[in-house]
Ligand binder design. Structure first.
Ligand code: INI
Length: 162
């Protein structure tokens, strides 16, 4: 029985971070958390590209374009969708989440969901570097782990098909 576990060692890996400008007070903190986590895990700063989108709704199309370049080991999507008085929240959050998942599955490039979906601004602040940590940083470490896991799984498939 084999167990495949990903490590969070990022040496030599290359990442793109797509970050929404909407609610930038929050997304800037998440971006900082993600960049800091990547660099502390051994990723070279020169191997991290940042691309801005207007809002979270546009993250999937940009993630797809980035994935198709084949330049990156993974794409990290960062946004903050905060509930307002209308149903807009549901549309933006839902389409963003399913779009990101679709891009990841259709391209085979890991695309991480570092998008906060909260009821209040306070909840978003808590997750952007205050009492509930920094979800951007957590997402970045998840990206490194997933790259490692997928490398191992893809290698295993090639070996066993011989
Ligand atoms: N975009 C966000 O990233 N977060 C939000 O909370 C948000 N709300 O609530 O409206 C939001 N809307 C903009 C949306 O992502 C698109 O940029 C816009 O609809 C144009 O397509």
């Amino acid at each position: 029985m084999a167990t495949i576990d990903g490590k969070t060692i990022g040496h030599g890996m290359r990442f793109a971070i797509a970050v929404a400008r909407f609610n930038h007070f929050i997304t800037d903190r998440l971006l900082e958390g993600a960049q800091d986590a990547l660099v502390r895990a051994g990723v070279a700063a020169a191997d991290i590209d940042v691309v801005r989108t207007p809002g979270a709704f546009e993250l999937p199309v940009v993630a797809k374009a980035l994935a198709e370049t084949k330049r990156y080991d993974a794409i990290i999507c960062i946004g903050a969708v905060i509930r307002g008085a209308t149903a807009h929240f549901e549309h933006v959050a839902g389409q963003c989440a399913s779009g990101i998942q679709q891009v990841s599955i259709s391209t085979g490039v890991p695309v991480l969901f570092g998008v906060l979906t909260t009821d209040t601004i306070e909840q978003a602040i808590e997750r952007a570097g205050t009492k509930a940590g920094n979800k951007g940083g957590e997402c970045a470490l998840g990206a490194i782990e997933l790259v490692d896991v997928l490398r191992q799984v893809r290698h295993l498939t090639a070996e066993t098909s011989k």
